[in-house]
Design a protein around this ligand. Structure first.
Ligand code: SF4
Length: 456
């Protein structure tokens, strides 16, 4: 899992179908989706939104003017779980005032046994496990929305129709790895891959509608396909997707250092549409800690792997995740993580302080004995070192021209990403949404770049 991509903030899913709203009083219910967590949660919220759109619902701007609220939750860290629980508390008050308000909860807060959640939150109308759309659809279809008001395009739940330059496509759900600190296998269950043909069909449809880049998502994309007939793997999927004409770029995340193989690395090196960026979480730079985390590799294996990747794909940018303050982590063991960071010179590091998750192996077997001030201090040290490294790496782009796929506008500036996943801003009066811009880099920082358009 990419613990990195946790986004502990509300994400309001923007809807492309707002323009179809009729003037005057709406007769259709309005929905609001609150999302916290990783890219997988964001992708799933977009799918839910798309289903509700197709069923004729309209978008609300907040909890307060919604008839239906969906919370898409995350429990990977305590802070994310607290936010979800706090929001559920807020909604209880709202439902007391507006008894017709419907509240649905999904995401990693919901596991197979929902009895305890039902007892604690009786105001919730439906709890459904992440990705279990048939439960949502069955519930929604009992809500009495007249059939003639439905725009229902969905015969199945595998086609995400929203046109956008960049799309996230879940390809495998769940995880079989059971890293000792991680709650994901308990909440998202064992690995289940989507059929290759279904993914290809979805991406073809998106590309026809204007999507230029897809990011294939999975807690461990290296496991993709092992449970499917014929055992296609991620490299096979990349080959299939590469032949889709209108698609310009393909990314994927997250890889696992124990599972990534040479076939995949060679495929990334050979396919021009596959971007030069890998998310390869190392988690720690000390073998004893890696063993206690049950990661299944030693530091030396990671080092060799990174060297092989850099040799075969010289332009590659490498991102990683690091957890500091794992139970029992000594100062010396932490220093090993720090020196690995200095040695590997990652492009991006997502660093997190260890947070015990009830039910996990680490929670059962180890005491969370690193004081929070020490965790914070270690986290800051990694972040400071990484900021200096990223600053040096990015400064090498000064004056160079890069290709940017433009994703949108923020504060009057266009923004998008390079093939190596660097965030780039530029100003221009033209309409660049969804286009590939050639940008000459004029300013760099550890986190983003600024430049000027060089296309004719
Ligand atoms: Fe990632 Fe390990 Fe959690 Fe699986 S168990 S999602 S590999 S951290």
């Amino acid at each position: 899992m990419n613990s990195s991509s946790l986004i502990e903030q509300e994400t309001k899913i923007k809807q492309p179908y707002n323009q179809h709203r009729r003037k005057g009083k709406s007769i259709m219910p309005r929905y609001f989706i609150w999302t916290i967590g990783c890219q997988m949660n964001k992708a799933e919220s977009q799918r839910i939104a798309d289903y509700l759109d197709s069923a004729g619902y309209q978008v609300a701007t907040s909890f307060f003017n919604a008839d239906l609220v969906i919370l898409n939750t995350c429990v990977v860290r305590q802070s994310a779980e607290n936010k979800a629980l706090g929001t559920l508390g807020l909604l209880k008050g709202l439902k007391n005032k507006h008894p017709n308000l419907k509240i649905l909860v999904t995401g990693c807060l919901v596991d197979s046994d929902t009895r305890e959640l039902k007892r604690r939150f009786p105001h919730v109308d439906l709890l459904f496990k992440p990705g279990y759309y048939p439960e949502l659809i069955a519930w929604e279809q009992k809500q009495g929305i007249p059939i003639e008001q439905r725009l229902l395009r969905y015969a199945r739940n595998d086609t995400w129709m929203s046109p956008s330059p960049c799309a996230f496509i879940p390809i495998i759900q769940g995880c079989d790895n059971f890293c000792s600190y991680c709650i994901v296998p308990y909440r998202r269950g064992r690995e289940v891959s989507r059929p290759l043909e279904e993914i290809v069909r979805e991406v073809e449809e998106l590309a026809k509608r204007g999507t230029k880049e897809v990011t294939l998502l999975g807690q461990n994309v290296d496991s993709y396909g092992h449970d499917l007939p014929g055992h296609p793997d991620l490299a096979d999927l990349l080959n299939e997707l590469s032949s889709i004409d209108d698609l310009a770029r393909i990314r994927f995340l997250t890889n696992h250092p124990k599972d990534i193989n040479l076939k995949l690395i060679d495929t990334v090196a050979s396919l021009t549409k596959v971007c030069e960026h890998l998310e390869l979480p190392v988690q720690a730079g000390d073998d004893d800690i890696l063993r206690a985390m049950r990661r299944g590799y030693a530091v030396e294996r990671y080092r060799e792997l990174a060297n092989t990747i850099r040799h075969k794909i010289p332009q590659i940018s490498l991102s990683t995740d690091i957890i500091v303050g794992f139970p029992g982590e000594t100062e010396e063991q932490f220093e090993h993580s720090l020196s690995l960071v200095a040695e590997m010179r990652f492009d991006v590091i997502h660093v997190a302080a260890y947070s015990p998750r009830p039910g996990t192996i680490a929670w059962r077997e180890y005491q969370d004995n690193i004081p929070s001030e020490v965790k914070k201090e270690r986290l800051n040290k990694i972040e400071e070192l990484q900021a200096a490294i990223a600053s040096e790496i990015n400064s090498q782009l000064q004056g160079r021209e890069v290709e940017v796929l433009v994703e949108g506008r923020k504060k009057g500036k266009w923004f998008g990403r390079t093939r190596t996943n660097k965030l780039v801003f530029f100003e221009d009066a033209g309409d660049w949404l969804g286009k590939l811009a050639r940008i000459q880099i004029e300013e760099t920082s550890p986190w983003s770049l600024k430049g000027e358009v060089k296309n004719n």
